[in-house]
Design a protein around this ligand. Sequence first.
Ligand SMILES: C[S@@+](CC[C@H](N)C(=O)[O-])C[C@H]1O[C@@H](n2cnc3c(N)ncnc32)[C@H](O)[C@@H]1O
Length: 214
Amino acid sequence: MNIAQFVDSKVWWPEKQGKKMSEEEINIIQEEILKFPKCRMLQIGTNFGWTVWNVLKQLDKVGGSIDTVDYAYAKAKQLKRTMKWVNHVKSVLQTYDLNGMVRYFTEGSNHFFQNECDTTYHVVFIDGDHSHKQSKRDLMNSINVLCPSGVIVMHDIRKSKYLGKKSCLRTFQEFEDPKFTKTLIKTKYRLGVLRSNLDPDGDPDHQRIADVEL
Ligand SMILES: C[S@@+](CC[C@H](N)C(=O)[O-])C[C@H]1O[C@@H](n2cnc3c(N)ncnc32)[C@H](O)[C@@H]1O
């Protein structure tokens, strides 16, 4: 069984655990990964890893990798379940000799960008703290580490009962930069997509998909 078959079988995933993404949203992220040979993806907000699990197959296909950041491991309530999952994914990757494919960062996004981030990314998925203040900070930091033709996808770009006007919806609405095309996709939880306007052929970091055997 290869990793794709293994992921498809989802033999281990307990359905009750936090599925915070709809299938449609996962599909959109997967499609983005497939546009970038050797895609480097960054996720803010690992949670229990539903997204990570669902992009392993696509990352394997393009020879890519994911860095995923959450401070959830510090929270006692989530620690046990999260670590169980993290260890499971690690053992799966080891089986397929893909240890380098996922890197976990456990100190939160501010710490990550300031101290740990050591590369640039083609696809950034922001799904961490949904407040206006923090999501804006995550967005600006992400732009600084985005490959020239990369894409940023923000989750939960919708009205928030708890955060009111101080939510990531505002961050997305306020964002204006001629270098990016902004699209709101009406999925279950709403995705905000910021796509660099740069032609990938003008990006030295983007190998054309046709040049690479997938
Ligand atoms: C909605 S969940 C993410 C769901 C995830 N995308 C998935 O696939 O299941 C939000 C996560 O963001 C994390 N988080 C909140 N603020 C964060 C920050 N500043 N840095 C990193 N993670 C953060 C929370 O601990 C939580 O696990």
